[in-house]
Design a protein around this ligand. Structure first.
Ligand SMILES: C[S@@+](CC[C@H](N)C(=O)[O-])C[C@H]1O[C@@H](n2cnc3c(N)ncnc32)[C@H](O)[C@@H]1O
Length: 272
């Protein structure tokens, strides 16, 4: 292995923004950057910009600190109203979940509705979850449904794990690099897998990475979603391009595809 991989990974770990990303992700991005850029300096710059695209653009360190405080301030047990209010405030801190705020009540009965038999769903995996698990108050899950959330940042996952505990939801939050191959330790089988708004981000890093990950999982229902516009506000042609990506996933998984749309996002329920 190129010895500069460690040098770049530790420079990234030394920055406020990326200090708590999983070690495997920092190493992977450092190696990726060195394959494309001859000098350490250029590779470090490329690694930073890749991490910004994949992670930093959605959640600033300041917002993460605010999230930690809000979750820590939730009493235990917390009344539903208090949880709903805190969750809304937290969801607003992540660029991705903020866009769903106006549609939460209508969305989940459609997304997790029939033919899913919600009271009998035993386990849900929320991959590259960001702060999406904070939408639990709108999902209507039984507290016994195991909610397993994964994202690349350890600090973020600690806050999500604390939230799950405080609201009494069975489950866990683990920091994992889902682009590392194979994902280690392997993810458990589940009734439903969520991979929301993350396929474009994975595909930009490595074509085919989303299908590879989803194919490795045992789950009869996979839900992927795509934003209606980019973070920069670009909209033109995106729906068509993303529908093509969803179709590729459906073909690869040999799944039947069913769209569910809200103004800011299109979801596809893929049934295997
Ligand atoms: C567009 S956001 C979507 C967040 C969430 N799924 C939602 O829809 O609200 C993309 C998420 O992917 C996560 N991510 C990016 N690369 C990852 C990786 N290699 N492993 C795990 N998570 C990753 C980022 O940290 C970020 O939270």
């Amino acid at each position: 292995m190129d010895p500069r991989v460690d040098e770049i990974a530790s420079a990234l770990r030394g920055s406020r923004k990326y200090a708590t990303l999983t070690a495997s992700a920092l190493q992977r991005i450092a190696a990726w950057a060195l394959q494309r850029h001859p000098t350490t300096r250029a590779a470090l710059q490329a690694a930073r910009s890749k991490l910004h695209q994949a992670y930093g653009a959605y959640l600033t360190p300041g917002n993460l600190t605010a999230v930690e405080r809000m979750v820590a301030a939730l009493p235990m047990p917390a009344a539903r109203d208090a949880v709903v209010e805190a969750s809304r405030a937290v969801l607003a801190r992540h660029a991705s979940s903020a866009e769903r705020l106006g549609f939460l009540s209508d969305l989940y009965p459609r997304l997790l509705g029939p033919p899913l038999d919600l009271p009998h769903v035993r386990r849900i995996l929320d991959l590259a979850c960001g702060l999406h698990p904070l939408a639990l108050p709108w999902m209507g899950l039984s507290p016994e449904t195991e909610y397993c959330a994964y994202d690349i940042d350890e600090r973020l996952m600690r806050a999500v794990g604390q939230f799950l505990m405080k609201v009494g939801q069975t489950g866990r939050a683990e920091a994992r690099d889902l682009m590392a191959w194979p994902v280690t330790p392997a993810l458990p089988a589940a009734d439903v897998v969520l991979l929301l708004k993350t396929v474009p981000c994975f595909e930009r890093q490595e074509r085919g990475a989303s299908l590879r990950l989803l194919q490795s999982l045992e789950a009869p229902c996979v839900i992927v979603s795509f934003p209606a516009r980019s973070l920069g506000g670009r909209e033109k042609g995106m729906r068509e391009q993303y529908e093509e990506l969803a179709l590729d996933l459906a073909r690869g998984l040999r799944a039947r595809m069913e769209p569910v749309a809200i103004p800011t996002e299109t979801f596809y329920r893929l049934w295997r």
